[in-house]
Design a protein around this ligand. Structure first.
Ligand SMILES: [Zn+2]
Length: 103
């Protein structure tokens, strides 16, 4: 008989160093792979915030102090993360068309 161990991983974000990843939260003391801080699971709101962050990265006029290289790296990081957790990175915002940035 083969006992299949199913590890349920959850998307997590480190508030200290901004690390994104997936962890098995049933393990005690889920910690950041980078800095070792206790990490919190990302809920829907957290994922939405990341999607917004990603969208803004693609727009001119946001993060103007960031170099193109840093933007590209951050985009890649988010794309990889959302790919790993099997969540769409470009969500319903497409239906809304243009985003008014009135800030
Ligand atoms: Zn960390």
């Amino acid at each position: 008989m083969i006992a299949q161990q199913i590890h349920k991983t959850s998307p997590v974000a480190c508030t200290r160093c901004d690390w994104l990843g997936t962890l098995d939260l049933t393990a005690q003391g889920a910690r950041c792979a980078v800095c070792g801080a206790i990490v919190n699971p990302l809920r829907q709101k957290g994922l939405d915030n990341l999607r917004t962050h990603y969208r803004l990265l693609l727009k001119m006029g946001h993060h103007i102090d960031w170099t193109l290289e840093r933007r590209a790296k951050e985009q890649e990081r988010l794309e990889r993360f959302f790919g790993a957790i099997d969540e769409p990175l470009r969500g319903p915002q497409n239906a809304r068309g243009k985003i008014n940035s009135a800030e």
